[in-house]
Ligand binder design. Sequence first.
Ligand code: GDP
Ligand code: CA
Length: 328
Amino acid sequence: MKVTVLAGGVGGARFARGVREHARRSGDIERIDVVVNTGDDWWLAGVRIWPDHDSLLYTLAGENDDERGWGRRGESERVAAELQAWGVTPPWFTLGDLDLGTHLARTAWLRAGETPSQVARRLGTRWDLGVTLHPATDDEIDTHVVVEGGDRMHFQEWWTRHRASLPAIRFEHAGIAKASPAPAALAAIGAADVVLVAPSNPVVSIGPILAIPGMRDALRRAPAPVVGVSGIIGGAAVRGMADSCLAAIGVETDAAAVARHYGARSRGGLLDGWLVAEEDAASGPALTADGIPSVAVPLWMRDADTSARLAADALAHASTLRADARRA
Ligand code: GDP
Ligand code: CA
C-alpha cells in the first residue's frame, strides 16, 4: 500500500513518524510520501528557510531536539549571535549553527538552479528517513498576515515574534495565483492508495497546500480515500496556536468545525473521512450526515506507540470507507 500524507511542521512530523512506525510494525506499507507545506518558508540573512520541511526532516532523521520540540539536537548558536550583532537577523529569530548548515546547503543548490523538489530530494538522502518529502509547490508562496489596523507582515514575524497574539484579519500568499503544485507532489497524490491529512494547523499548514491552484482538483480526482485527523482535541489546539489562525478565518476551535471547513469530498470538499478524539465523539453522527463519516479514537501522539496506533486507526477508517464505496 502507498500512503501520501499532507503535512505541516511539528504536528505533521509527529504524525509522519507514526505512519512510518506503523509501516515498520505492520509490513503492509510499501511507500510513504509527504506533501509538505511551503507557506512558512522565507528568506532571511540571504538563505532560504523551510521550517515545516526541516521539522519533518530532522524528526524523521532522529536529529530533532525533542526537548525544545524543534530544531537540531546538540545545537549551538555562535553564528546566530554574530548575525544578530550585525543586525542581519532580528533578535526574535535564532538560526542555530547546525540548522544554518542545512539552509546554506539548500540555498547553494537553489542558486545553482535546482527546483525546491530537487533540493528536497537531495536533503532527503543524508539520513534513512523511510519517507519521501515533497514541497507542495516549487513556487514561492510565503504566507503573509494582515493584522487589525492593516499592517502586513511575513508569517514568521506574526508567529514567532508576536506569538500569533496580534489579531489576524487574513492570510495572503504573494504569487499564489501563478503557483502550481509540484509535479512530484501531484504524482504522490495520484499514486496513493490512501491520502491522510495530518493533524496540522488547518489554516497555515494545510491551508496553503490547498490554496495552490490545481491542488484541490488533484485531491478531488485522487482515486484514494482522503482521511483527515483532527489537531483539535476537546475544543483546544494541542501544542500549537491554531486557535488564533482559525479565529482569523471565522472557524471555531472545534474538531467538527474544522472538518466542515475542509468539507466533504462528495460535496466538493476535501474529506472522505475524519478522526476525532474520544471526547469529541458526540459530533460524529452530525458529521456523518454532512458527508464526513467520523470515528473517535485516541488522538494524542505521545510516543512511537500512540503515534503508530493513530496512523493505524486512520488507515483502518480509510479501508472501511473504501469497502463502503465498493458496496454502494
Ligand atoms: P507547525 O507547522 O510546526 O505549526 O506544525 P503543524 O501545523 O504540522 O501542526 C501543529 C498542530 O498539530 C497543532 O496546532 C495541533 O493542533 C496539532 N498537534 C500537535 N500535537 C498533536 C497530537 O499529539 N495529537 C493531535 N491530534 N494533534 C496534535
Ligand atoms: Ca508550520
